[in-house]
Write a protein that binds this ligand. Structure first.
Ligand SMILES: [Zn+2]
Length: 255
């Protein structure tokens, strides 16, 4: 027996270093599975510690998360318990302003960008409102700056209810967009464009990621401006079932 194997065999099974730091090499369609495990682990830990993981003021006892190993999946689930590598940057980012000059210079992944431009066109035809955006793709380092700024203003706990920690933001996937009717305002949720988008965005592959009265599930405050591209098929399924993206993953409905 080689000396390293001998040493490892002396360590009790439940503290075996290989179990503490598992290595995931699943194909794309199994990404869901390990992320669900991360959620269950975190939940078990918090139940054990009598914490309520579904409170909007919930701050995990410790930052237990699983690294996302298939970040390029259109259905990638980025949340409090799953983390993108700090160096992850989507390879197919395009400028929204290149597709539609009336949009600001913000990046999204190609498929999501084209769908957003199509959605914008449809919204204008139906409501005469012109969609714009305050934010779409954000790098890890941008998120560091943003979160630190919010934490400075409101404190860490409060900032954690509405702003994601670096690596835990959907904006790093290039699939999320914060919609507004005019840049640098929050104008959207109170307009007549919003209910139209709520009823029709799934036809363009978008879902409302943090809906009203669902904070106990999503872990974030109601954000009518934040929309996420997941593809038409899944978006339609989630719209028809009125299910959050979190429930879809936690309940293992990907199968
Ligand atoms: Zn957002």
């Amino acid at each position: 027996m080689n000396p390293i194997a001998l040493l490892l065999s002396l360590i009790p099974f439940w503290t075996h270093p290989l179990l503490i730091e598992p290595v995931y090499t699943q194909p794309v369609d199994q990404v869901v599975e390990f992320n669900t495990k991360a959620l269950q682990l975190q939940r078990q830990w918090d139940l054990f510690n009598m914490r309520n993981p579904f409170s909007s003021y919930y701050s995990p006892s410790f930052n237990l998360y699983y690294m996302i190993d298939q970040p390029d999946s259109i259905q990638v689930y980025v949340g409090r318990f799953t983390k993108l590598d700090k160096d992850y940057e989507p390879k197919d980012l395009v400028l929204l302003s290149d597709l539609d000059p009336s949009l600001p210079e913000r990046f999204m992944r190609q498929e999501a960008a084209h769908s957003f431009v199509a959605l914008k066109k449809a919204v204008f035809e139906a409501t005469k409102h012109t969609l714009s955006t305050n934010s779409a793709y954000r790098s890890y380092s941008t998120q560091v700056g943003l979160f630190n700024r919010y934490a400075q203003i409101d404190g860490y706990e409060e900032a954690n209810t509405y702003s994601a920690l670096p690596g835990h933001s959907e904006h790093q996937t290039g699939l999320a967009i914060d919609i507004t009717l005019s840049p640098n305002t929050m104008e959207f949720g109170d307009s007549s464009a919003y209910p139209w988008v709520k009823r029709n965005a799934h036809k363009f592959g978008f879902i409302e990621r943090y809906p009203e009265n669902k904070s106990y599930i999503t872990g974030y405050i109601y954000e009518p401006w934040h929309w996420r591209y997941v593809g038409v098929e899944l978006a339609t399924y989630l719209y028809n079932t009125q299910m959050t993206f979190d429930e879809y993953w936690i309940n293992g409905l990907h199968e």
